[in-house]
Design a protein around this ligand. Sequence first.
Ligand SMILES: [Zn+2]
Length: 462
Amino acid sequence: MSDVLLRGATRILIGGPEWDETSGDLLVREGRIRHVGGDLGEPVEGVRVLDASGLTLLPGLVQTHVHLCQTIFRGHAEELSLLPWLHDRIWPLEAAHDSESLRASARLSVLELLLSGTTTILDMGTTHHHTAVFETLEETGIRAASGKAMMDEGEGVPVGLLETTLDSLRDSFDLAERWDGGANGRLRYAFAPRFVLSCSDELLRDVVAMAKGKYLLHTHASENRDETRRVIELKGRRNVEHLDHLGFLGPGTLVAHGIWVDEEEVARLARSGTHVVHCPHTNLKLGSGICEVRRLLDAGVDVTIGCDGAPANNRLDAFAEMRTAALLASVKAGPGSVTARQILTMATRRGAEALGWADRIGRLDAGTEADVIAVDLDTPHSTPVADPVTALVYSARASDVRHVLVQGEVLVENAAPVRLDPAGVLEDAREAERRTLERAVEHGFAATRPPVAESPSPEVFP
Ligand SMILES: [Zn+2]
């Protein structure tokens, strides 16, 4: 691992929640930040120099809910609400995956994520072949917590996805044992029961008994009204209440969405220290609703940010998520109710904390591991920069990212990926998409064209 000098940055934003600012050089030695700010003079031999003049350095972005396995299905599940989106499109497509199509999907995902400044993710896979995802995470250099989806029951789950409770647990533990702490500590395992509607109480209880406290727990809850209603019908309890009842909530648990939660559920999330992952574009596109971030923060719930899966977004772009999160908060609770500083902190420091990596990443302090991005704010759409934090949240775009380092390794230099070959990644993704679509028909995949849209329900938005 070579030492790296990011030279002459216009700004260096140390990190949230204060977002103190300095400028000049940032030195990385043996994967860690050694010095921040000022002019370090001529670099010693063996130090790789990256020009950061005109650029703004900040901690790499952390997205705490993504599905790398879904990226090659981008565009194949348009204009549907959650349950038909899953039943008719996503589950049959996931059931058609093999190791090579998963690898192609994961590589495409990581290429997009790194180029747009995301250095750390929490990923939920599909039920099978998840080794291919971890191999890709190891190969591509991104920092990731990941885990196979767990699904041992549920209405409309294709046979190709369904597992026995025992197999689901055994496969998850095998993966956790193999990959947790791998790649110099850059990889972690996260147990991922998909959601209450696809997991037996027995499975959730066993995950809690065997994995809680040792590994991260990751699920979806209260994303959509139909899902929330069905959970009450089947379990006799509300979604978050049910998860709490089974012991699933806690400081090592991340729950995606958390839109349709009542006051008691919000209190349970806060009391247990559970993290809620806000996925604004997915929630808007699937017509699910809007997560009330200000309300959650007021109750003491920690909130982080994620782009979710490509078929529900359609981009894996943390800049877009931050901007929309800020705009939605403005509509829900007033301008500034969730500030740009808070949003950028959610997408860096808070995300790192939620994944148990607060001692390693999320701020550019000397001694921390060097996950750093360099962003060009010297562009027509960001000039002038009255405040670099608001410029990053409201003006900057994914394509403004110039350099990306993870654990001190340069993975993107001058907006070009270092480890991945973009043309090859795209070609493999298209080929994997074609093969997977052919196979998906056997698993119940109906059509690639969206049906005629129904009139939106007037009660979708609160
Ligand atoms: Zn999701």
